[in-house]
Design a protein around this ligand. Sequence first.
Ligand code: 4AD
Length: 561
Amino acid sequence: MTEKLEQLSIKDIPPPPPGTVFVDDASGTDDSSAGTLERPFQTPAYALYSSPDAPIYVRKSADGQFEPISASMLKKAKKGVDGLVKKIKNAEETAAKKAADDARKLEEAKKIVLVNDSSLPEAKRIKIRDGSKSRESRVVIQGWVHRLRLQKGLAFLVLRDGTGFLQCVLAGDLANAYSTLTLTLESTVTVYGVIHPVPEGKSAPGGHELAVDYYSIVGLAPGGDDAITNKVQESADPSLLLDMRHLVLRGETMTGIFKVRAALLRSFRRVYEDMGILEVTPPCMVQTQVEGGSTLFALKYYGEDAYLTQSSQLYLETCLPALGDVFCVQESFRAERSHTRRHLSEYTHVEAELAFLTFDELLVHIETLLAKTVAYVLEDPEIAEILSKLNPGFKPPQLPFLRMTYDSALDWLNERGVPNEEGEAFKFGDDIAEAAERKMTDEIGEPILLTRFPVEIKSFYMQKCADDPRVTESVDVLMPNVGEITGGSMRIYDLDELMKGYAREGINPEPYYWFNDQRVYGTCPHGGYGLGTERILAWLCDRFTVRDCSLYPRFAGRCKP
Ligand code: 4AD
């Protein structure tokens, strides 16, 4: 500090002695914690009031120097202090009077006893979503206080019960009661009353509001420092918000996303049902890899080596001869080190496997599934409304999707000067990494079926193309804003070919004996794919990151709460 003060000394101006308080009319603030060089006071009067014996240095203009306060300025400041003392005293008196008034009001409020009038009709218990059907008759609803506004003689609270939001109006004693004056956000309440349409020109969720005739508190949430608004602030650091995920989930954006998520999974299941594809539940604890050893989560399983599954594909393949075409909705696990906006360590993987089909048929199946699923999601008016708020510009994908081979994607990128990961022009065999892929999807602006990837950059099980053995019958579905949402392929169905695949990737085929047997006991051409639920949601709900689309996202460094 002394060093800093000495640096301030120029020509004829003595360095400020220790204990100096600083004043800067342009950038200062008059509050009791200010006065330092970094945070000066605004006025000499306040400086003198808060530190009567300290030397004062003043800066008159933003580009000027701090100089000792002049005698005339000090004289003026002394006069200013008298006014300041008066002003502060007045403010203190007003605050004390208000506090006494409030305390008196609260004491008065305690005398009000709320009673559930037994002469009123019996209330029917409903959920908020059934409000429209239950207008004009007495109902009882339980939920959480989502919003709260106290006005003279009236209290408005928006109640949330997970099925919707309902505005409740409290008047008279109900508004003036102690429990209402001290009510807090996120408290749980039971409200009784009658739902009426809102008056012309007013708006409320569902177009109606509950005229409350009685209510009681089930659990009072904390106010003050511990109030939810202090625990969860939109502008807070993302990592703090993730620590508080259990409370963040209650916000309207999050509840919207998770309702869309439920609708998405429901719609996938409905399309699979329409297509006659059966749901199965493969294991999560496995002893084989699917998508490369580097992202395996290893664990000890009663003394044996095991992993958390990366994909249920191999197990789905074994179901084909038993159950025909199958799908699953299962958690997949990837020990991804990279902190990207589209990678999670655990994600919900929708996977399907189909027997006796061609690569072209697989592509048609995938685009149909996606288009139909989105159509089903939008069929639900509640979900369509949520989506119109989250992603107002959303356009449902149109069939057929654009088809593009890996080769022509490289040409597309090279023509536009988009470099590969080494900063050079793309050449055959290069991975099209996230940035380049995003550039392509965002510019093309519609779903792309990107096909025929080189053997070396794809997994051991992928079938080679009959017309070009350098490439595979593989497909990634790319969507604007997120890039790859689906990866699929035809599978090698010849045992010898499969053995070559293991050898190329340095995988010991032994633990895969059960998978290899599919090629022994009645092999067949087949293919399948995996869809990343959180990536599809990021696309549907226009989220910057897949982390918003997972209930409790897991990624490197995050496994709580
Ligand atoms: O492309 P992937 O790795 O393919 C497979 O796992 C195949 N065995 C699936 C199959 O054919 N049955 O993953 C498929 C999809 C990706 O397109 C992506 O949407 C999602 O799973 N995905 C991830 N999502 C979030 N975080 C990660 N770390 C993901 N890795 C893949």
